[in-house]
Design a protein around this ligand. Structure first.
Ligand code: 4AD
Ligand code: MG
Length: 431
């Protein structure tokens, strides 16, 4: 079989005859010429069919092509300075692989509901493929970042016997006569692994039965969660900063064309440098009150409040030391102010909302048992987790980053549903 040639490498074949396999993205004709936009997943190339260069059959085939027909096109690679790609194909032959009749997603505008209903086809549009490539780059950068820093990837289970982030958003299933839940977070297992390997991360799908319809919540999303033994809250904040800067730089370096294609204001991403501003929860409440927002100390900082705060900055802002009562049981109390825990949320700019949530963990056995009881949990159900505090407990910290939140921010998307190939939301399980 001859080596396959892809559009993004077409420049290497300037002047040669090549065969490209793909789908018809768009077409137009003018008398003796047909122009086909051929897409193959790696890019889009204009193919020019000149009546004088092809047989009448081929010219006729070109005239009748329809959107998303799959084809093999043979021709000579020519320079084309008017196109973004810089090359076009001077066509000699066209073979239809399979027809496509009445493709539902035409180049005109469609509504969101229609596009989501046809998500399996919508994925083929150039904006959606660009977003998926940026998502891929983000995930690759994440793995590279941790690999370079000698973290070990430790996969956490998806079927779990207990909640990590509160019972209200658990998906429940039956497990051979026992109750089991889909994992909300790999953190508790990550903590066990950090006691074995020092620096670890887990990365996988996580599930939350979110009963609200927002532009930021999915019921199934991907989370990457580092956990580091001997890291305190400050180390954790620094790790989060380095991590975000690394990811943004990788996307700017390797996916600039895709950012441009989707119309992202790249200068906003170029601002993302260390250090990030840090404000305590108490300071954040003051900022909100000064802006006329009535949230009182002890209240939740919701999406609208996050945006009010983040609008004051041109880069992500870290909010730390939240009231213990509104945060998870495993977070360590601040020894200097036991009303608050050593938690941190990283809020993205431009209305991106919370992209990271994390904390220093409670490492004292008795304090942890007390926190569990306060939150109505049964310590005996988590005996294995308490063991980590019995056998050589150490200070440790970690965080979770939601991949779709990160993609939404970096791509500047309005809704999280476009950040994942097949979104799962309260009212969406198809296709
Ligand atoms: O703040 P969360 O709930 O933190 C945890 O789950 C910790 N156990 C993580 C840890 O410390 N290892 O979630 C972490 C991040 C959020 O900041 C957000 O980016 C994302 O996960 N996230 C969601 N993304 C999409 N849809 C949802 N429903 C999400 N819930 C959380
Ligand atoms: Mg959170």
């Amino acid at each position: 079989m001859p080596q396959k040639i892809y559009v993004n490498h077409i420049g290497e074949y300037l002047g040669s005859e090549v065969t490209l396999n793909g789908w018809v993205y768009n077409m137009r004709s003018s008398g003796k010429l047909h122009f086909i936009q051929l897409r193959d997943g790696s890019g889009i190339i204009q193919c020019v069919i000149f009546k004088g260069n092809v047989t009448p059959e081929v010219f006729d085939t070109a005239a009748n092509l329809t959107q998303e027909t799959s084809v093999s096109i043979t021709g000579t690679v020519k320079e084309d300075n008017r196109s973004k790609l810089g090359f076009e194909l001077d066509v000699k032959d066209i073979k239809i692989i399979a027809p496509s009749v009445d493709y539902p997603i035409t180049p005109k505008e469609h509504g969101d509901a229609f596009l989501m209903h046809n998500r399996h086809l919508w994925l083929r549009s150039s904006k959606q493929t660009a977003i998926l490539k940026i998502r891929d780059e983000i995930i690759f950068a994440i793995r590279k970042f941790f690999h370079e820093r000698e973290f070990t990837l430790v996969d956490s289970p998806i079927l779990t016997p207990a909640a990590c982030e509160g019972r209200s958003t658990l998906f429940e299933t039956e497990y051979f006569g026992e109750k089991a839940f889909l994992s909300q977070s790999g953190q508790l297992y990550g903590e066990a692994a950090a006691m074995a390997l020092g620096k670890i991360y887990c990365f996988g799908p996580t599930f939350r039965a979110e009963k609200s319809k927002t532009r930021r919540h999915l019921t199934e999303f991907w989370m990457v969660e580092p956990e580091v033994a001997f890291n305190d809250l400050n180390d954790n904040m620094e790790l989060a900063e380095d991590f975000i800067v690394y990811i943004v730089e990788s996307v700017l370096k390797n996916r600039r064309a895709e950012l441009e294609l989707i119309g992202r204001d790249i200068s906003k991403l170029e601002n993302i440098k260390k250090p990030f501003p840090r404000v305590s929860y108490t300071e954040a409440i003051k900022i909100l009150n000064d802006l006329g927002n009535p949230t009182e100390w002890g209240g939740d900082i919701g999406g609208d409040e996050e945006t009010l705060i983040s609008n004051k900055f041109d880069r992500p802002v870290i909010i730390h030391r939240y009231p213990a009562a509104i945060k998870a049981f495993y977070m360590k109390r601040d020894p200097e102010d036991p009303k608050v825990v050593l938690a941190m949320d990283v809020i993205g700019p431009e209305g991106a909302g919370e992209i990271i949530g994390g904390s220093e963990r409670e490492s004292d056995y008795n304090a942890l048992v007390e926190r569990m009881k306060e939150q109505g949990m049964a310590p005996e159900d988590m005996d294995w987790y308490l063991d980590l505090r019995k056998y050589g407990s150490v200070p440790h910290s970690g965080f979770g980053m939601g991949i779709e939140r990160m993609v939404r921010w970096i791509c500047g998307l309005h809704h999280v549903r476009e950040t994942i190939p097949f979104a799962r939301m309260m009212d969406k399980i198809r296709p």
